[in-house]
Design a protein around this ligand. Structure first.
Ligand code: FAD
Ligand code: UDP
Length: 366
């Protein structure tokens, strides 16, 4: 007997947003998640009074007013601006690449001097049409910054040579000739006061949710309870890996509560850009919310190749995986009752605002 209009697999941001929108337009939704909590990767948990980003640091940023107004209608956002510090063999640099970084690297004090230095290195490299991340980075900001702040970090993060990675990954980062350490160019930025879990709780208010339920453990039953299915899990899993596995990078977090330490590193995010440090970065969670608790919580992030059973964090959008995804996508498009959405089902490196925008658009079209 069909009871619901939609079964939504996943309480992450995509699943929660679409569940909210469809419910508001009068549809009956049933949302399940195999985890024991809601929120997917944006889940935050209170530890010693500090909201800990359990699956990695999340900073909300967007230029889309519709998305910004949407999230602000559920929770208040604070004035946090992400301004990570890079630590290369004990020396500190500002990120993203801006006049502070250029001063620290070359001692240049004016935009003109910095631009000349970058242009000099770009010309020396002879790169005109960058074909991979290394060439793209060198042609954007020159070899000194590439070798100090990018190469080793990128290779730790992706477990692949920078020459084997696509150019778009590094184009995510701004390059500026101003003294502006804001990691993002977006118009709006902040962290939900009280953590991301609160946002997802609000999105799922009035929606039937069941946790600790893996769709594939009882697929036949779940398929029978709704007219249509919105699936936000891994696309290759849905098709039983019939063409082979899509690859991901995963991250393991070594989280420590430092009792009696009120301020460990003075910033929410410190990246370790050398090859010797085994982790990519240390997050000090309290600084996302300007916390003044007596203790602190830090997480060291180790990036690893994904194995079946690990959390699939970052889709690896290289040639092999993109071709494989295209094959799965063709199968997905041929499904009449099932809609695939979100970071895992679309195998895309989406940020939160993009996930919300896509979910809102899908809800409209439905
Ligand atoms: P998910 O959050 O992965 O949700 C999918 C849900 O589906 C999960 O809860 C999962 O348990 C559930 N599920 C899967 N399969 C099944 C099944 N078979 N049965 C039942 N349930 C299932 N974005 C930003 O904008 N800013 C940032 O700073 C930022 N930092 C990030 C840092 C890291 C380390 C990572 C990995 C991502 C970051 N992102 C950031 C991206 C952000 O996490 C995603 O855009 C967003 O969480 C994706 O939401 P989603 O619902 O598509 O996927
Ligand atoms: N990156 C880098 N050095 C840094 C920070 C980032 O080389 O200190 C590169 C790295 O390749 C990374 C990419 O820039 O994958 C994008 O960085 P971003 O911070 O957007 O990645 P996220 O962790 O949000 O996925």
């Amino acid at each position: 007997m069909v009871k619901f209009n939609y079964l939504i697999v996943g309480t992450g941001l995509f699943g929660a947003t679409i569940a909210h929108s469809l419910t508001r337009s009068g549809k009956q939704c049933f949302v399940i998640d195999k985890r024991s909590h809601i929120g997917g990767n944006i889940y935050t948990k209170l530890v010693n009074g500090i909201n800990v980003h359990k699956y990695g640091a999340h900073i909300f940023h967007t230029s889309n007013k519709r998305v910004w107004d949407f999230v602000n209608s559920f929770v208040e956002f604070n004035r946090y601006i992400n301004a990570p510090i890079a630590n290369y063999k004990g020396k500190l640099y500002n990120l993203p690449f801006n006049m502070n970084t250029f001063y620290q690297m070359w001692g240049v004090t004016t935009p003109e001097q910095a631009a000349t230095k970058i242009e000099e290195q770009r010309r020396e490299s002879g790169i005109t049409h960058p074909r991979n991340l290394e060439e793209q980075a060198i042609s954007l900001i020159g070899k000194d910054i590439y070798y100090t702040l990018i190469k080793d970090y990128t290779e730790k993060q992706w477990g692949r040579k920078a020459t084997e990675l696509p150019t778009f990954i590094i184009r995510r980062l701004p390059v500026r000739l101003t003294f502006d350490n804001n990691y993002f160019n977006d118009k709006y930025q902040g962290i939900p006061v009280g953590g991301y879990t609160k946002l997802v709780e609000k999105l799922l208010e009035g929606v039937e949710v069941k946790l600790d339920m893996d769709y594939f453990e009882n697929k036949e039953y779940f398929d029978s309870v709704a007219d249509r299915i919105i699936y936000t899990g891994e696309i290759d899993r849905y098709f039983d890996y019939c063409f082979g596995h899509l690859e991901y990078r995963t991250v393991s977090f070594e989280t420590e509560v430092l009792e009696g330490v009120s301020n460990y590193q003075g910033n929410a995010v410190v990246n370790y850009t050398d090859a010797e440090t085994p982790y990519t970065r240390i997050i000090e969670h309290k600084h996302f919310e300007f916390g003044n608790q007596p203790d602190t919580v830090i997480s060291k992030e180790y990036s690893k190749e994904w194995r079946l059973g690990d959390e699939p964090y970052y889709p690896v959008n290289d040639e092999r995986n993109s071709a494989l995804y295209t094959k799965y996508k063709a199968l997905a498009d041929a499904q009449e009752r099932v809609i695939f959405g979100g970071r895992l089902a679309e195998y895309k490196y989406y940020d939160m605002h993009q996930v919300i925008e896509r979910a809102l658009n899908l809800a409209n079209s439905l």
